[in-house]
Design a protein around this ligand. Structure first.
Ligand code: GLN
Length: 300
């Protein structure tokens, strides 16, 4: 695996095609795009990394995988009355379909769907309790206590989050938000501002890869379903492109991270903060494509 990763890292730095970090979150906008990390956890317990694999980055929308797992454990199939499971074909923060489809977001990975999922976790709880539950889940899954929320990133998003505010009010107007938009978004921004290294994130993915030694968080059936949603919806309107190029379930975040699952074989985390036009990591997606090709891990 070390030998496999070396040429991938070399090619990423060679091509020098990084994309731009998320500009709409001021705290992330100034990050140097020329950074790269990859970690691979294998079923036999080994973890192999290359690049800046011990550097924490903002997991952003990758947190939606963890909040979905918690919500499924808590409310089970009831969640699907509030959020669908179809790809949206629109950008992660689009408001277009919400109007047409009367406030039921297409899937739990676009912002509107993730806001509903967080709202489901929040109902009957204080925001700090719900957040502590998400953080505890992430720590348990990765086997690391050294994971924190970056308050400046959360505050930065809150200040510029008019679009998410619009989505939340839209959901509220359709009766699909039980808490106030402010409360739900406050929790959502904080879960997005969790920082992890690729090493920690790849470790956290072991439960979704179905490894024997990994913490049992949700049922096997739910693991299948979360992976199916990652494959079909995990990269927003770039999900088809990711499936075409990589052939594995993956979830991206605008911090430049991607969590990729090769069921029963590997859990992979990649980070490079420059984004492509879908808002997914540019170099990260290319690295995932090279890795999938080199290993033949595509599920197809
Ligand atoms: N916190 C970000 C937002 O709501 C998450 C988006 C993403 O990572 N794609 O806009």
């Amino acid at each position: 695996m070390e030998e496999l990763l070396k040429p991938i890292v070399a090619e990423i730095f060679d091509q020098n095609d990084w994309g731009q970090p998320a500009q709409y979150i001021p705290e992330l906008a100034g990050i140097d795009p020329k950074q790269f990390a990859v970690s691979v956890c294998l079923a036999d317990g080994r973890t192999v990394s290359a690049g800046s694999a011990s550097k924490p980055f903002s997991i952003q929308s990758i947190s939606k995988v963890f909040s979905l797992m918690l919500a499924l454990g808590r409310v089970g199939d009831q969640l699907w009355s509030r959020v669908g499971r179809e790809p949206s074909g629109t950008s992660f923060d689009s408001v277009v379909l919400l109007e047409k489809e009367r406030g039921r977001p297409r899937n739990p990975f676009i912002n509107a769907g993730a806001i509903v999922t967080t709202d489901a976790l929040l109902s009957g709880r204080e925001p700090r309790t719900a957040l502590a539950e998400i953080l505890t889940l992430v720590k348990d899954m990765s086997g690391s206590e050294d994971i924190y929320i970056n308050e400046s990133v959360a505050a930065s998003e809150q200040e510029t989050g008019s679009r998410n505010m619009a989505l939340a009010y839209y959901l509220k107007s359709h009766g699909n938000l039980s808490c106030t938009p402010e409360q739900t978004l406050g929790t959502y921004y904080h879960q997005c501002a969790i920082e992890m290294t690729t090493e920690q994130l790849a470790m956290a993915g072991r439960s979704l890869a179905g490894f024997d030694g990994a913490p049992k968080i949700i049922s096997h059936e739910h693991i299948r379903r979360v992976n199916a949603l990652m494959m079909t919806c995990g990269h927003y309107d770039g999900s088809g492109d990711f499936a075409f190029r990589v052939g594995l379930p993956g979830k991206s975040g605008v911090g430049g991270g991607i969590l990729i699952i090769a069921p029963n074989v590997a859990s992979i985390a990649i980070w490079s903060p420059g984004l492509n036009h879908y808002g997914n990591s540019n170099a990260g997606t290319r690295a995932a494509e090279m890795l999938s090709r080199a290993t033949d891990w595509s599920v197809f």
